[in-house]
Design a protein around this ligand. Sequence first.
Ligand SMILES: [Zn+2]
Length: 283
Amino acid sequence: MLVTTTDMLKSAQTNHYAVGAFNVENLEFVMAVVKAAEEKRAPVIMQTTPGTLKYASMEYFYGMVRAAAENASVPVALHLDHGSSFDLCMQAMHAGYTSVMIDGSHDPFEENIAKTEAVARVGAAMGIPVEAELGKVGGKEDDGPDSGQGNPFTDPDEAEEFVWRTGCTSLAIGVGTAHGVYHGTPHIEQDIVKAIAARVDVPLVLHGTSGVPDEQVREAIANGICKVNYATELRQVYTRGFMGYMAENPECFDPKKPATAGMAQITKLVGDHMENLGCAGRA
Ligand SMILES: [Zn+2]
């Protein structure tokens, strides 16, 4: 069924594992991700960025994910990733999304607080969890400008004040990861994860995880990360599967065939991540 992320993340926090959050781009991504969740008996979060919502509306994604969730035997949540404004978050709640993120991380501290607090207040009234971000995840997020890699990290003191003042229900932190494709090996600042987890009681979220070595992700989970986002890798393997099929079958004009090859790649990738995150077998 379609559920909020509240119980999923609480259980992850209590039992020291993380729930995977996978960005979906179309129907095929939705079907491939939910298949992996069923195979691995894992709770799962599917999410869309504002950029993806320019391609197809919230109503489409809500319809597709709800259909997937109603037929699934594991809990499924639909989350707005990097909600860019109060209005967009309200639209997502209205459309049936069961979780939203308001991303004020590009704004000054006080503005981020004001923006987040406004969304969190509505979320609390409606029973919809609200993720916020403090500090910076590097790289190119969605279709915005590239903020580079190696950005300022989240300050644990600020994180404590931020959560207390905003009422956000989970927090994305800047600890060295970046969106998009890494140039070189990424490095998670584990001491910062630990320091923030010691100061705030809400589940912590890791963005920009595509390409981060599995051991580093597991260590970050042991240190307090409860939700781990993957977007770039899904796009890469889907396109690789699709193109691979077409290279071998250049005469094919049935889009279902290369799409099926792409979906198989996503299901494998997502299933492997679920094992590494520790959420496999938790549903
Ligand atoms: Zn992100």
